[in-house]
Design a protein around this ligand. Structure first.
Ligand SMILES: [Zn+2]
Length: 200
């Protein structure tokens, strides 16, 4: 909708917006509005169209405590933002479940019988992720088990989005890209080694 009068000036696109489309996967609208990627990185932004920056801001509390990689994963998993609820168990693992509980102050996700059963299973489940890979998986927002192809594709996506050049040379973006690179290297190495062990 093109409503351009003085009263809506606050919603004019940000002049610093990069020349690209909205960060929500599948949205082709021009990205004119910024939103911080996480509470830890307030100087680093997603760029959305007006509709999606509003949606994102409305969900701000939901993303509390997530790493940028996890937020990315949620944005990608949830392309249609019009759905009334988020996919359950998307992140997988006991730690992720605790986080979902934490992120659900109104208990919306706990209501269904399915989620109660899941809660019980997870309370007794042992984290299946290899110890050394837990942090890398969290950083990239990936489930376990994961394929090398999935790791590569997530890495490519995150590296592109968090690249300092795409963020005005931002130092925070540079630091995060380093963290992403370390996580990627650890996962890639582990998956390559287990593949060798299986075939050799
Ligand atoms: Zn959009």
């Amino acid at each position: 909708m093109m409503r351009r009068n003085q009263r809506h000036r606050a919603f004019d696109p940000d002049p610093a917006a990069p020349d690209r489309s909205c960060d929500l996967p599948g949205c082709q609208e021009r990205a004119g509005y910024r939103a911080p990627r996480s509470r830890q990185t307030l100087n680093d932004y997603f760029w959305f169209c007006l509709d999606h920056v509003r949606e994102y801001n409305a969900r701000w509390d939901y993303y509390k405590g997530m790493s940028p990689g996890q937020i990315e994963a949620h944005l990608r998993a949830d392309v249609s933002w019009n759905r009334p609820s988020w996919r359950l168990g998307h992140l997988g693992g006991a730690a992720a479940f605790d986080e979902e509980q934490l992120l659900d102050p109104l208990g919306l996700l706990r209501g269904s019988a399915e989620s109660r059963v899941r809660a019980k299973q997870r309370a007794h489940a042992v984290d299946p992720r290899p110890e050394a890979l837990r942090q890398p998986l969290e950083t990239l927002g990936l489930d376990w088990p994961v394929s090398l192809a999935e790791v590569k594709s997530r890495y490519k996506d995150l590296a592109r989005r968090h690249h300092p050049d795409a963020n005005g040379g931002d130092r925070a973006a540079e630091e995060r890209l380093k963290t992403i690179n370390v996580a990627y290297t650890a996962l890639k190495q582990h998956l390559a080694e287990t593949r060798l062990a299986r075939t050799g």
